[in-house]
Design a protein around this ligand. Structure first.
Ligand code: M6R
Length: 615
């Protein structure tokens, strides 16, 4: 979603702002803008569409770009008002002395706008951000102090915000504030940075201060001062940023998505490292903070997540119920919020999120935290808002995921859920699965090699992708533990190729979706050699009888059954319970190559954002 960058120092601000915004592009956006300061004036440049359009505008402003050593920048993902140049940030006030960029949503913007209109404020855009700009500028009119103006204004604002503000009368500073939206201050020498996420500044500094909710900061080129909501000066720790600049390079791959798909074997090794040491040993999960006694008292598990993370949660339900014998519900966070959910101190709530910043999941977690449930967070961002809400933080350490379509983070979430399910089982003293678990642990250890084997030869998948890339609709079917694989495979395809793809439990096909089947609706069936093989095969027969083209994804297909399929993708042999971790690699590749044949913007699909920070 939206992204913020700010710079104050001696270097060319325009270059740092554009480079920072380019590293936030992956989050999804529809317009961009910068405000550059020199000679006590502020120059605002904006463009609709890709960041390159803004770069072209700046090429015509070389005089300003060469002089400006302070500036703020933004990429916008439209919430209030169309994705136009006018609505792009930065926004300003009547006298144009004050300039603001903003991430988040001002919930009471209508009310504030009416009040500001009565003071004579003139609005140019349809955005809620412009309301905040006029409000802070109005407060400046009373205080003549940018810090005080920000402190007063944020008290009147309801909603979520990360603000980065400048005023022509105070050229030595940038003032920042945040509530329920991330903002960090990158610490440099003789220069400082502001960003909504680490990739924007990682090439310049590895030291940063995380601003907390309700704090306001004054950033100068050689000092940073932070104030709490009572106006007291506070000291926030300077933290070491966890990423290498390398992590945001494509490393020779055509797209980040392809690179991230190929990183999945190492991702599995990372998650297993230190937790699974040989198939005879118990799972070691020091990050999980519930005592054995409390684990034995858990009466229910609730998994809350969105999108791909939700699909990982569905696999989690299957294995937690099977091994740990605890009833487990999985629900999209956006629905969980609006139910009177039942939870108490014996409830384990597992929040799953790649970004750790998904607004729906944060709200759901905050809501259930009040009921004293134990909150475990599985996230790729140990520095995120969600991580800070966790009683038990289970970081998946998949490395930064740049492609909007989640791949390696899903793999990391799956493996973490296997670890957690087995850990719960072992700590409850359940022994009846001991032999099966030994086999699964051994297969988990072998999994990275199998992923690598699969990735070594993708010719067949590429050929099938090309063959089916002109279809407009797709159905994915599976049963049991692979039902979520069907949902995730369909989500991947629609996200990056815009083909209408839907995942169904294979048994549900005959209860409605079968009506859509004909030669124009390919069916992709996931059939592993486990308990559901025969049943999914019957569902494939039903599809075939309606002339649907059939693609099978399986670790084994009996010779007698092979003719049923138009195309087959055979994965390395794997036990049924671990098969989602291999099947998904096939489905990710299929989606990738279809989108690539169609010439789509694979890493930044239209309308999508990497981190969805609005409810
Ligand atoms: O960061 P999160 O895992 O909380 O994000 C949840 C969804 O927004 C995310 O999984 C989304 O569905 C991705 N685009 C999937 O590829």
């Amino acid at each position: 979603m939206c992204g913020i960058i700010g710079y104050i120092g001696d270097k060319k601000a325009s270059e740092i702002l554009i480079s920072g915004l380019s590293h936030l592009e992956y989050r999804g956006y529809d317009s961009s803008g910068v405000a550059l300061c020199c000679d006590d004036k502020t120059y605002i440049y904006k463009a609709q569409g890709k960041l390159n359009n803004l770069v072209e505008v700046l090429k015509t402003k070389e005089d300003i770009c060469s002089k400006a050593t302070k500036g703020i920048g933004h990429i916008r993902w439209a919430t209030h008002g169309l994705p136009t140049t006018l609505n792009a940030h930065p926004h300003t006030c009547n006298c144009k002395n004050f300039t603001l960029v903003h991430n988040g949503i001002i919930e009471n913007y209508q009310e504030l706008k009416e009040e500001l209109l009565s003071y004579g404020c003139i609005f140019q855009s349809q955005t809620d951000t412009e309301v905040a700009a006029h409000l802070i500028a109005h407060e400046y009119g009373k205080t003549h102090d940018l810090l005080k103006a920000m402190q007063n204004a944020v008290k009147k604002i309801k909603g979520a915000f990360a603000f980065c503000a400048i005023h022509n009368n105070e050229p030595d500073k940038i003032v920042v504030a945040k509530r329920n939206a991330p903002l960090i201050i990158g610490v440099g020498e003789g220069e400082n940075f502001i960003a909504s996420d680490i990739p924007a500044i990682i090439e310049y500094t590895k030291k940063a201060i995380y601003l907390s909710d309700y704090q306001v900061g004054v950033v100068k080129k050689d000092s940073i001062q932070i104030y709490d909501d009572n106006g007291n000066l506070v000291i926030n720790k300077v933290e070491h940023l966890p990423f290498e600049a390398m992590a945001i390079s494509k490393m020779g791959y055509k797209h980040f998505m392809l690179k991230e798909i190929h990183e999945q074997s190492d991702v599995v090794r990372n998650v297993l490292s230190g937790k699974l040491i040989g198939h005879d040993n118990k799972i070691n999960l020091d990050e999980f903070k519930l005592t054995q006694e409390k684990i034995k008292n858990i009466t229910r598990v609730q998994i809350i997540a969105c999108g791909t993370s939700l699909h990982a949660g569905l696999v989690g339900k299957y294995i937690i119920e099977k091994f740990a014998n605890i009833p487990t519900d999985v629900e999209p966070s956006s629905e969980y919020i609006y139910r009177d959910t039942i939870a108490d101190e014996n409830t384990l709530v597992i929040g799953i999120s790649q970004s750790g910043e998904t607004a729906d999941t944060i709200t759901a977690i905050k809501q259930v935290k009040e009921k004293n449930a134990h909150i475990a967070i599985i996230t790729n961002r140990a520095d995120s808002t969600m991580a800070r809400l966790a009683d038990s933080l289970l970081p998946v350490n998949a490395g930064i995921e740049v492609s909007v379509a989640a791949t390696k983070s899903y793999m990391a979430q799956l493996i973490s859920l296997y670890m957690l399910a087995i850990y719960l089982m072992e700590n409850k003293g359940i022994t009846k699965f001991d032999n099966e678990i030994k086999k699964i642990k051994q297969e988990l250890i072998e999994l990275p090699n199998k992923i690598e084997a699969l990735l070594e030869n993708t010719d067949n998948i590429q050929k099938i992708a090309k063959k089916y890339s002109s279809y407009k609709d797709f159905i994915f079917i599976a049963r049991g533990i692979n039902f979520p694989s069907a949902l995730e495979g369909a989500l991947k395809l629609k996200e990056i190729s815009y083909i209408n793809a839907t995942g169904y439990g294979a048994g549900e096909l005959k209860h409605g979706p079968i009506a859509m089947l004909d030669e124009n609706m390919p069916v992709l069936a996931i059939l592993n050699s486990g308990i559901v093989y025969d049943k999914v095969l019957s569902n494939c027969e039903e599809a075939r009888a309606r002339q649907a083209k059939l693609i099978g994804v399986a670790d084994y297909i009996a010779d007698k059954d092979k003719d049923l399929f138009d195309d087959l993708i055979i994965i390395p042999p794997v036990c049924d319970l671990l098969s989602p971790a291999l099947n998904i690699v096939v489905l990710q590749l299929l989606a990738y190559y279809i989108a690539e044949y169609l010439g789509k913007d694979v890493d930044q699909p239209r309308n999508l954002a990497k981190s969805v920070t609005v409810e």
